[in-house]
Design a protein. Sequence first.
Length: 195
Amino acid sequence: MSGEPESTVLVVDDEQGIVEGHAASLDGEYAVRTALDGHEAIEQLDADVDVVLLDRRMPELSGEEVLAHIRERDLDCRVAMLTGVEPDVDIVEMGFDDYVRKPVGRSELFDVVERLLQRARYDRRLQEFFSLASKAAALEAEHDTAELEGHPEYERLRDRLDQFRGKLDETVADLPPEDRYAVATGSAVGDAVSD
């Protein structure tokens, strides 16, 4: 596996056997934390957590409530709902990164974690790219291009945008087929057809 040793995964489920099984599968490849309910999950959450594998339905504090807490605290972690609950339109507004139906085998578990770790890297690049593009668009909307071309700051901005476009093209080329399809069409990964 290509998981970085410093990557931390929090496994949250109200079934102890599932938590122990997932933790045992991931241990050694990642730093693993566990929680048997939503309250314990919130206690375990901090800036070191990279990926949360979260059960959707738990007593007292549900996975949806834990997810809302994660997003309210603006924690920079990816969240996969690992659940037996069949997805419905109610998931559209939820802020998770992946939705995986139980049961989840060891190989699929690693795939989910790796996919989320990879997407975390995409997010930072895309955020920076869109920030740069927004600045360029704002400048170009207010000034004539010929007027801007003599300014070193603008030239650096354009150079950085060009570099990012090249990197993004490489990143998209390196994506698995289902993610390339999702980027190209704006559709869900599950809708993709493999090459």
